[in-house]
Design a protein around this ligand. Structure first.
Ligand code: DLL
Length: 454
């Protein structure tokens, strides 16, 4: 893979600064640590984590025994590469709680995200883990200028998805007023933001753009809002999208990254330099690997991001393959933080789609379709971005022997597929039924998805 210069790629575009946000380093002791101090701390925490998982989590003991590895073989971060990888499939195999390293009585909260075949990937948090999560999101939101005087409007979904509660915990840890608006109902969102004087918005970037375009349509004026900044993530987004959000909402729009398996939002967050996202390295050790050879790659190389949690106790993960493709950089940041930064997520090394912030695997859609009589396993998924929102259409062939004699038969099949897909993956899709044989057959690996978003 070609080397990739983070600075060049991130600075070739003029940066917008609203001038309204002051970056505030929440915990300088850890965020500004020297490299040697950080490595010592990481090594100490890694040793403890490896002990914990080896002694308490069966799948890890089995993986390590297979490699003839004992916890005492892991002395420092340089031994990380000896440890086995963990993948989403491992978590699914141990569904629901087989990856816990703490007794179930210590788990105080459970989150989950989509698995590849419908089984959820479950993550249990101890009180300690909720504290870690609150701390890292507090650090992130401080980069967007959140203080105890801020009003943080959280429009990420609350529930099994980690977006809502993660942003909530961080904002509350800072002491800001937190509005748990959750997702949906755009007019109500805008009214609350305007009337309560929200200073910060947390939601997916595509929803932020949508909110921006709806302000005028709702007969409102952005001048009546008090917004200054926001933390946007849960899906890949471009610099053009950032420009759009900053222009329409008049704010600094910063990137927040995370994944349910590791800790939800806040694993990394962009500072006001808009120059890559700082990884909270005293809690998560990042690596970039070649997704084919699985060999670690040096800073500046694009590859798959891998994380090892080193402070979590409920469900710590060792060398978890995120499938997200990006680069890591150890370049000095002008904000004063010394932590490693990750560039924008460029894509994935698996076939997971993110539609309106929800993780969707084509295999889940197939499983949903196959629950309906009258359709065949030949289908195509088209994903578009219309009016800044993700829209999915699924074209499905009718079963070969089906000759619906009434339009109402087709309508009923279509409705059934719509309902099945929606209840299976939690995202609505437009369904188009096609004649048997009309969807192009592929000669090699079946191409099932056409993603026409930017
Ligand atoms: O999306 C956690 C989150 C919530 C992050 C709110 C940020 C804000 P999952 O649902 O498990 O968790 O999805 C994780 O989403 O592996 C990436 O592919 C993608 N993703 C998350 N944040 C970003 C981002 C949450 N800032 C998956 N940029 C990850 C690009 C992102 N992709």
């Amino acid at each position: 893979m070609p080397p990739y210069n983070l600075t060049y790629n991130l600075t070739k575009k003029e940066k917008h600064m609203s001038g309204k946000v002051k970056d505030h380093i929440y915990n300088p002791e850890f965020e500004c640590m020297s490299r040697s101090e950080m490595e010592n701390l990481q090594s100490e925490r890694l040793r403890k984590t490896v002990e914990l998982v080896y002694n308490n989590c069966k799948p890890y003991r089995a993986k390590m025994d297979e490699l003839k590895l004992k916890p005492s073989d892991i002395r420092s971060v340089s031994d990380l590469c000896k440890l086995p990888f963990t993948v989403k499939h491992d978590l699914r195999e141990a569904y629901p709680f087989g990856f816990y390293s703490s007794p179930a009585s210590e788990i105080v909260e459970v989150h989950a995200s989509s698995g590849t075949t419908g089984k959820l990937t479950v993550v249990g948090y101890t009180k300690n883990d909720i504290d870690v999560w609150s701390e890292i999101v507090a650090r992130g939101l401080s980069m967007a200028g959140v203080t105890k005087d801020s009003m943080v409007h959280v429009a990420y979904g609350y529930g099994l998805f980690t977006g809502g509660l993660g942003a909530h915990y961080g904002a509350q840890k800072i002491g800001a007023s937190t509005v748990p608006a959750s997702a949906g109902n755009t007019i109500r969102q805008l009214t609350l933001m305007r009337d309560f004087g929200a200073t910060h918005l947390c939601c997916t970037p595509s929803y932020a753009i949508f909110l921006g375009t709806e302000i005028k349509k709702a007969g409102m004026d952005i001048k009546d809002f008090s917004l200054v900044g926001g933390a946007f993530g849960a899906e890949p987004w471009t610099y053009q999208m950032r420009d759009e959000i900053e222009k329409t909402l008049g704010i600094d729009a910063l990137d927040i990254y995370g994944l349910s398996e590791i800790c939800g939002p806040g694993v990394a967050m962009e500072c006001l330099q808009k120059h890559g996202s700082h990884v909270q390295e005293d809690h998560f050790i990042p690596e970039i690997i070649d997704p084919e050879t699985l060999e670690p790659l040096p800073f500046g190389s694009e590859g798959e991001l891998v994380f090892t949690t080193i402070t979590k106790t409920g469900q710590p993960l060792i060398r978890y393959r995120t499938r997200d493709l990006c680069v890591l950089s150890n370049e000095k940041c002008a904000c004063g933080r010394t932590t490693v930064k990750m560039g924008k997520v460029k894509g994935r090394s698996d076939d997971m789609l993110i539609i309106r912030g929800v993780n969707v695997f084509p295999s889940q859609i197939e499983a949903a379709i196959m629950n309906v009589a009258g359709v065949s396993p030949h289908y195509m998924i088209y994903v578009d971005r219309i009016n800044n929102l993700d829209v999915m259409e699924i074209d499905i062939e009718l079963a070969g022997d089906l000759t619906p004699d009434k339009v109402s038969d087709l309508e009923s099949i279509k409705k059934k597929v719509e309902t099945e897909v929606n209840s299976y993956i939690g995202v609505s899709a437009k369904i188009k039924l096609c004649e048997s044989g009309s969807i192009k057959r592929s000669e090699g690996k079946a191409v099932r998805v056409v993603d026409r978003r930017e």
